[in-house]
Design a protein around this ligand. Sequence first.
Ligand SMILES: [Zn+2]
Length: 113
Amino acid sequence: MASGSAIRGTRVGSGPMSLAERGQPAPRHRVHYWCANGHETEAAFSAEVLEPETWDCPRCGLPAGQDREHPPDRQRTEPYKTHLAYVKERRSDAEGELILAEALARLRQRRAG
Ligand SMILES: [Zn+2]
């Protein structure tokens, strides 16, 4: 009985210490991403971090997804970018100043009236 309790005692005392002494790296999970050009990218994330659905391909900059058969379509992003550029074009600096001037004029009218 005496030897049994001794073993139990060492287990409790040395358990956490031996783990630290081993110096195990933080648990990680590796995620593979594929872009529309077929480039494979392996990214490692620590266990507590949830990997993003898409990852920018370091080779060509295209968005890469975890589904090798269905990588994110590069054509899907183009209309959005074009639309964004279109919106930016419409809202030129001159037009922005005009809108600001109108708003200021309205404010002054309200104060005057
Ligand atoms: Zn790529």
